[in-house]
Design a protein. Structure first.
Length: 244
């Protein structure tokens, strides 16, 4: 049962927290690291949505995570993943990747190319159950994306063409929308719409550009229309929120 009042909350790209480290340009939709605002810690079950650009021959050195479902989506370039379970993977556009940190895992993420930035979105949701076995999964969904519309990228509800996350209350949908293509945001208690590339018009929110986000609460199924050059969007559908 929905208990929250309907709302559509637009967060423009220029309002995001930003980290600039020379080798890294990172923009944060929510509080992250040294950036903290008690009124901006999450939406629904989503705690982190970072838009990162990593320079060549640099990246995140080996570091730990615990009790988090981490989904990485590359927009351009290649990102190399290595972890303490022995998993390795080269993440490229259209390859969905999930790391379940569980009771504890260490990993690194590197751009090992010589002359090309890697641009990716990394998103974190809490798992249903704490201290489970850590795990890793990747899946190429380019064929599904090419058919148009919204595609399940990461799902806790058993979507066959998606990587699996250990959170039954969440599904990540993605779309590489053609010019003027129309989709609808899933009808759910909480949704988070992120414009990764291009421009869109979202019913009730207006025109949105790359880096803009919208937090929807019990908002029905508003229409989303891609701009004249198309767009790439990421939409979290969530049936619950974190406890206050």
């Amino acid at each position: 049962m929905r208990t929250s009042a309907p709302s559509i909350d637009v967060r423009q790209a220029t309002s995001r927290f930003a980290t600039r480290a020379g080798w890294l340009d990172s923009n944060h939709c929510f509080s992250f690291g040294t950036h903290y605002d008690p009124e901006n810690t999450h939406h629904g079950l989503l705690l982190v949505s970072n838009d990162d650009v990593v320079r060549p021959r640099t990246g995140f050195d080996t570091h730990p995570h615990r009790d988090m479902e981490i989904v990485t989506w590359v927009l351009s370039g290649e990102l190399e993943h290595k972890d303490t379970l022995g998993n390795t993977g080269l993440i490229y556009p259209g390859l969905a990747q999930r790391m379940s940190a569980g009771r504890g895992i260490w990993h690194s993420e590197k751009n090992n190319t010589a002359d090309r930035d890697v641009h990716f979105i990394q998103m974190w949701v809490l798992p249903d159950t704490a201290s489970v076995d850590p795990g890793y999964q990747q899946l190429d969904v380019n064929a599904e994306l090419d058919r148009g519309g919204l595609v399940p990228i990461a799902s806790g509800r058993g979507h066959a063409a998606a990587i699996t996350i250990r959170q039954q209350g969440a599904v990540l949908w993605g779309g590489r929308l053609k010019p003027a293509e129309v989709v609808r945001v899933p009808d759910t208690a909480f949704a988070h719409v992120y414009v990764a590339r291009g421009e869109v018009v979202l019913q009730g929110a207006g025109a949105l550009e790359a880096g803009d986000a919208v937090r929807l609460t019990a908002a029905g199924t508003p229409q989303l229309t891609a701009g004249v050059d198309g767009a790439e969007v990421l939409i979290w559908e969530m049936n619950a929120a974190l406890a206050a």
